[in-house]
Ligand binder design. Structure first.
Ligand code: ZN
Length: 114
């Protein structure tokens, strides 16, 4: 339990500014890189699909590429989100005024308060 360095109150809440921001940034960055990776893989998959036969045809390859990009984006976004949260959490803990006192509104970092 942290106490407010200003008024010594124990009614302190965590703000998670960095964590939430990091999670959002990580989601976008992860999704973008996931889609990019999926598209690189999709072009290989499209060639393979075209080679395998004309049953699915170019349309099938396109659907495969789009599905691959979606899956890549989802996975990349999820990984990026978790990674961003971790980084943001670290920033919260070490650099930002991650805690706020409910009583007096004072913002502080628990590391400095100890
Ligand atoms: Zn206070």
């Amino acid at each position: 339990m942290h106490t407010c360095p200003n008024c010594q109150s124990t009614r302190v809440v965590e703000r998670h500014l960095g964590r939430d921001t990091g999670g959002a940034i990580g989601s976008v960055a992860g999704a973008a890189s996931g889609i990019a990776a999926a598209l690189r893989g999709a072009s290989v998959g499209a060639e393979a699909g075209t080679t395998v036969g004309f049953i699915a045809g170019p349309a099938g390859a396109s659907v495969g590429a789009i599905a691959g990009a979606c899956i890549g984006g989802l996975i990349g976004g999820a990984i990026g989100h978790e990674f961003g949260r971790e980084v943001g959490n670290t920033i919260d803990t070490h650099w930002l005024d991650s805690h706020a006192c409910v009583v007096c509104g004072h913002h502080f970092s628990p590391r400095l308060a100890v």
